[in-house]
Write a protein that binds this ligand. Structure first.
Ligand code: PNS
Length: 164
């Protein structure tokens, strides 16, 4: 049973994240999509909203026999990974610019916990410029999100704007 953690902010989940999860399903029997609880950041969606959106959108993806679970965590990622008896951490790398930061995190995590491996995966090229940060910026400036995020995410973002 190979279990991996796919950690992140997922604020919001993008099609790039879903692409990585689908690819990860070819390597692992179970992937825990773990949302970081970060009290210092003012998120667009609450942890509960992100959990619910992820659970809904994961129903649509190609997973084969891979189990997918959504959770949230606080504190050190490697401590969470150990508590979950995971073997690996999955991170998506879109461009060289991601690599430097990701390498730093991977090596720090290895120093903290040498038994956990970090696996870098590349999303499809069409998602190589998609990030949660840019999705929020484009949305807030009235741009089109078609193809960048699952339809549920766009609908929930519009709903939030209406209620604000
Ligand atoms: O989606 P993000 O915001 O790029 O995800 C970043 C994340 C959650 C992977 C990273 O911030 C993280 O692992 N935070 C937990 C704190 C931690 O373990 N820090 C030390 C290792 S570098």
């Amino acid at each position: 049973m190979r279990r991996a953690i796919y950690p992140g902010s997922f604020d919001p989940v993008t099609n790039g994240h879903l692409d990585i999860i689908e690819r990860g399903c070819k390597l692992f029997d179970e992937i825990i999509i773990a949302i970081l609880v970060n009290p210092e950041k003012q998120p667009f969606f609450s942890i509960e909203e992100r959990r619910e959106i992820l659970e809904q959108t994961l129903k649509e993806i190609q997973r084969g026999s891979c189990q997918l679970r959504v959770d949230d965590f606080e504190g050190l990622l490697v401590q969470y990974a150990i508590a979950q008896q995971a073997h690996a951490i999955v991170r998506g790398i879109r461009a060289i610019s991601d690599y430097e930061y990701e390498l730093q995190m991977a090596l720090m995590n290895r120093r903290l916990e040498p038994t956990i491996e970090t696996v870098f995966m590349m999303p499809a090229e069409k998602y190589s410029y998609v990030s949660s940060r840019l999705v929020k910026e484009v949305f807030q400036l009235g741009g089109e999100l078609d193809g960048l995020v699952p339809p549920l995410v766009e609908a929930r973002m519009k709903e939030k704007l209406r209620r604000a």
